[in-house]
Design a protein around this ligand. Structure first.
Ligand code: MN
Ligand code: MN
Length: 339
């Protein structure tokens, strides 16, 4: 090694601390991350919250509230997503810096983990959906944008009912399933049908809806998506079109319209997300899903979720790890993505 170069490196870096750098964006991020006493918080210590945010149940002076929705009465097969919020809260070291949007989301918004939706009955799906709608109407009244962790996918219907009450929303939906199925076993409420109900209630605009990652034996049930004019990108289409074309398609469908982002972890391949109730082989790779979400930067996102994390089928905790990363990506899109 050149001795003069070594000398310059010693002068520049020998006495520097971890947060000092030359890039002004990274310097700003470092000051956003650093605590006042210059120490870094221990990621494995303290009470677990979503993304390490402050725990503030009942807070109303917020821009973004992360909410747990521990309810899985709508599953068609393996139960367990009621434990999803707890599993995602235990994941540490997600963020706080976002590498492609180049900033610290929690420094750009008033955000907190406000706890879980309070449920009136652990036995009634319909009552639970009602409880969720009421809770989200309260958030909407305070101008708070919700970021939710399920729970099974039936929770997204009452969330859309609350958020889309004044104007039908656009939707970016990542899932192995379109979730636009009709009633069966005597119930129209289940995790296979929230988006059909939302369209029929006039709170979701099907022509501004894009569904990505669809595959598997349930494809025979998705007639409603096509009849209503949703853009359905099956896994075969995803592979043929490629990531950039799928992002362009999603952005064209949504435009500047207020949009909700809903991510079912079963949209990912079971290799990355085994901990879910209805896994389907041949799904998105983790890196494809993250790149897809990062491609949505700039959209007018009014709320987002990640659902269907069932930790008892997740021996490595990779599913919860991926879900926490998705939650952070959504948080980043809702803050830095609109700066
Ligand atoms: Mn789903
Ligand atoms: Mn699904």
């Amino acid at each position: 090694m050149d001795r003069q170069k070594l000398q310059r490196l010693r002068e520049r870096y020998a006495g520097r601390d971890a947060f000092d750098g030359d890039d002004p964006v990274l310097t700003r991020a470092a000051s956003d991350v650093r605590s006042p006493d210059g120490r870094r918080a221990l990621p494995y210590s303290g009470v677990a919250t979503f993304l390490g945010l402050p725990h503030a149940p009942g807070a109303t002076e917020l821009d973004i509230a992360v909410v747990g929705v521990p309810m899985d009465l709508g599953v068609s097969n393996r139960a367990g997503a009621r434990f999803g919020p707890r599993a995602v809260r235990t994941i540490e070291r997600i963020g706080p810096y976002h590498p492609t949007l180049r900033g610290v989301p929690k420094a750009r918004a008033r955000a907190a983990d406000i706890g879980d939706v309070p449920f009136t009955s652990r036995y009634s799906l319909e009552q639970s959906l009602h409880d969720i709608e009421q809770f989200y109407l309260g958030l909407k009244a305070h101008g708070i944008r919700p970021l939710s962790v399920g729970g099974d996918h039936s929770i997204t219907y009452p969330i859309l009912k609350a958020l889309g009450r004044d104007q039908p929303l656009a939707l970016v939906h990542i899932d192995a399933h379109c979730d636009t199925m009709g009633a069966y076993d005597g119930s129209k409420f289940h995790h296979g049908g929230p988006f059909r109900l939302a369209v029929l209630d006039g709170v979701l605009d099907p022509e501004r809806t894009v569904q990505i990652g669809i595959r598997g034996a349930a494809n025979m049930f998705w007639e409603f998506s096509h009849a209503a004019g949703m853009t359905v990108i099956y896994m075969e289409d995803f592979l043929r079109l490629g990531l950039d074309a799928v992002i362009a398609r999603a952005r064209a469908v949504v435009g500047e319209h207020p949009v909700y982002v809903s991510v079912d972890v079963d949209g990912f391949d079971p290799a990355y997300a085994p901990g879910t109730g209805t896994p389907e082989a041949g799904g998105l790779e983790a890196r494809e899903g993250l790149a897809l979400l990062r491609g949505l930067s700039g959209l007018n996102i009014v709320g987002a979720d990640v659902v269907e994390v069932a930790p008892q089928y997740d021996p490595t905790t990779n599913t919860a790890q991926l879900a926490a990363q998705i939650l952070f990506e959504e948080f980043a899109l809702m803050t830095l993505g609109r700066e």
